[in-house]
Design a protein around this ligand. Structure first.
Ligand SMILES: [Zn+2]
Ligand SMILES: [Zn+2]
Length: 482
C-alpha cells in the first residue's frame, strides 16, 4: 500500500513536505519552510525561543506533529523524544528554503539525498547567512561542559557538532520499497531536480519547482519525456504560475538588457536574487556586450567557490566577474596605517580569501570608472552607495520579483527612498519567473499523461481542473492512498 500525505504547500506557495509511505518505508520529499505562514506570526523582532522552536511551529501548523523525526536536543526540551528515528530519508528537490529550510530541525541520523548543487548552496546558507541553518551538520544545543580554566564551573559546549548523512544523487537509486529517479531540471537556483518514484502501486512524478523558459529549459523537456515513459499513476505538480498564460524567458531578459545598458554613461546598479546563477549569467553577458564587468558580492563569490568544490559545472566562474570588497564596520580597508592582518579581522573568515583576490574591486575603483561596471547591490548593500557615489546618468535595475506581501512592500519603500536620495529613481524593472507558466504546466501534464494530478505549491489548486480530468485535492496532513 502506497500513501501520500502533504504536510505543507497546500493552497500556498512553498513549505513543501511530502510524506510518501510504502509498507514500512517512510520518505519525505522536501522539508521546507512556509514563508507565508511564518510571516503571519513572526518577524525579525518576534522570534520563537530556541527550546520551543519545534513546539511553537507545530502549534501554528508550520511543522507536522510526528514522532521519531525531530532532533532530540530540541524535541527533548518539551517532550520525550523517541529513541529511534522513524523515517528512512529526506529527498530534496532543490535548495530554496521553502523546500529545504526546515531540514535544520531533523534528526541527524535521517539521511538526506540531494544533488551536488543543492548541497553547495545549503553549505553557503550555513556559512554565510544569518539565522538557523544546520543542513549538513548540527551543532548540539543545550550541552554544557566543565570550564577548562575552572573545573568547578560549567560552561556552554559550543564545540559539539554532528555531521548529517548527505548522499548525493545517483541517476537512480533504491530505498527499500522505492526506486527513485532524479532528473535535473530548469529553475532559478542550481541543483534543481524533478523525480519519478517507482512504488509498489505504480510510478509517482514529483516536479519540485520547475520551469521551461530558463537557460536549462532543455533539461526540463528531457525530464518530461522520461517521466512519460514510466506511465505514472500520479503527478504531484507545482502550480505557482498556473494563472499566468505565458512567461517572459531568461534569454528575453538578457536580450532586453543589452540595449538598456548601452545607453547608460554612468554606473549600472542591479539587484537580482543572490543565488540565481542564471540571472548572474544574463548580467555577465550584458556586461561583456557593453565593455563592463559585473561586480558581485563576497557571499556570491564564496557560493561560486563552494559549488565549484562540489563539482558543479556550467555556472559562472569567479574569474569572469569582479568581487566587491566593501569597507565594513571598522572602515580600515586599504588604510596603510593598519597591516593587512588587522584589516582582515574586520571580515568573516570565509571572506578573507577574496580580499587580495586579483578580481577584487573597491568602492573607490567603481567611483573612478563607473562606466566600466555593473554593480550588483541588494537591500543590505545599499549603504555602500555612500562610498561609491554613483554619478548622474547612473541607473538601477530591479531584477527580483514584485513585492508580494506587506513586509516586502515596506522594504521596497525603503529601497525607493535610497534610490531617490542617490538620484536613481524611478528604477527599471526586469525579471523573469522561476516557475512554469500555465501553458507550460498544461503541456507538461498532457505529455506525461498521468492518471491523476495532485496540485501543490500554488494558491489556486482548483485551477488544475482545467488541465486534467482527475485532480486530487487533499487537506493538510490528510492521507491519500494510491
Ligand atoms: Zn518553491
Ligand atoms: Zn524554488
Amino acid at each position: 500500500m502506497t500513501s501520500i500525505t502533504l504536510h505543507g504547500a497546500v493552497g500556498e506557495i512553498g513549505g513543501n513536505k511530502i510524506l510518501i509511505e510504502d509498507g514500512s518505508t517512510k520518505l519525505f520529499f522536501d522539508f521546507g519552510l512556509s514563508f507565508g505562514k511564518y510571516g503571519d506570526y513572526f518577524s525579525p523582532y518576534l522570534q520563537p525561543r530556541r527550546w520551543s522552536f519545534i513546539k511553537d511551529y507545530m502549534n501554528l501548523g508550520l511543522l507536522p506533529d510526528l514522532t521519531g523525526l525531530y532532533r532530540q536536543d530540541y524535541e527533548g526540551r518539551f517532550r520525550e523524544s523517541s529513541k529511534e528515528a522513524k523515517y528512512d530519508g529526506v529527498i530534496l528537490s532543490h535548495p530554496h528554503l521553502d523546500h529545504a529550510g526546515f531540514v535544520s530541525y531533523l534528526r541527524p541520523e535521517i539521511p538526506i539525498y540531494c544533488s551536488p548543487g543543492c548541497k553547495g548552496i545549503l553549505q553557503s546558507f550555513e556559512q554565510t547567512s544569518w539565522g538557523f541553518h544546520e543542513y549538513t551538520r548540527i551543532k548540539e544545543a543545550f550541552k554544557f561542559r566543565e570550564s577548562k580554566r575552572d573545573a568547578t564551573k560549567m560552561v556552554k559546549d559550543r564545540t559539539s557538532t554532528i555531521p548529517r548523512e548527505i548522499n548525493l544523487f545517483k541517476p537512480s537509486f533504491k530505498l527499500d520499497e522505492f526506486t527513485i529517479h532524479p532528473f535535473p531540471v530548469d529553475h532559478s537556483v542550481p541543483g534543481s531536480n524533478s523525480f519519478v518514484i517507482e512504488t509498489s502501486e505504480g510510478s509517482i512524478v514529483y516536479t519540485g519547482d520547475i520551469r521551461f523558459h530558463g537557460r536549462k529549459g532543455d533539461l526540463s523537456d528531457t525530464f518530461v519525456e522520461k517521466a512519460a515513459s514510466f506511465d505514472p499513476v500520479l503527478i504531484i505538480s507545482e502550480g505557482t504560475n498556473i494563472d499566468e498564460p505565458t512567461t517572459f524567458g531568461e534569454l528575453d531578459l538578457q536580450q532586453d538588457l543589452f540595449p538598456l545598458i548601452e545607453t547608460v554613461t554612468g554606473l549600472v546598479i542591479v539587484n537580482f536574487p543572490v543565488r540565481d546563477l542564471d540571472r548572474m549569467r544574463s548580467f555577465i553577458e550584458a556586461a561583456k556586450h557593453n565593455d563592463r564587468s559585473l561586480i558581485i558580492s563576497l557571499r556570491q563569490a564564496y557560493t561560486l567557490r563552494l559549488l565549484e568544490e562540489n563539482g558543479v559545472t556550467n555556472i559562472p566562474r569567479v574569474d569572469e566577474v569582479g568581487i566587491f570588497i566593501p569597507k565594513k564596520g571598522w572602515g580600515i580597508l586599504n588604510n596603510i596605517n593598519y597591516p593587512i592582518e588587522i584589516q582582515m579581522q574586520d571580515y568573516q573568515s570565509w571572506e578573507n580569501e577574496f580580499i587580495e583576490h586579483p578580481n577584487s574591486v573597491t568602492a573607490a575603483e567603481i567611483h573612478e570608472n563607473p562606466d566600466k561596471y555593473i554593480f550588483r547591490c541588494d537591500f543590505a548593500e545599499l549603504k555602500y552607495l555612500f562610498d561609491i557615489q554613483p554619478p548622474k546618468d547612473s541607473i538601477y535595475i530591479r531584477s527580483v520579483t514584485e513585492p508580494i506581501d506587506e513586509e516586502m512592500e515596506l522594504d521596497q519603500r525603503k529601497v525607493d527612498n535610497w534610490l531617490k536620495y542617490f538620484g536613481l529613481y524611478p528604477y527599471k524593472q526586469l525579471h523573469c519567473s522561476g516557475h512554469a507558466s500555465g501553458y507550460d504546466l498544461k503541456e507538461m501534464i498532457r505529455k506525461i499523461n498521468p492518471k491523476s494530478v495532485m496540485p501543490i505549491h500554488t494558491e489556486k489548486p482548483a485551477d488544475f481542473s482545467s488541465l486534467h480530468g482527475d485532480v486530487i485535492l487533499k487537506k493538510l496532513g490528510e492521507k491519500y492512498n494510491l
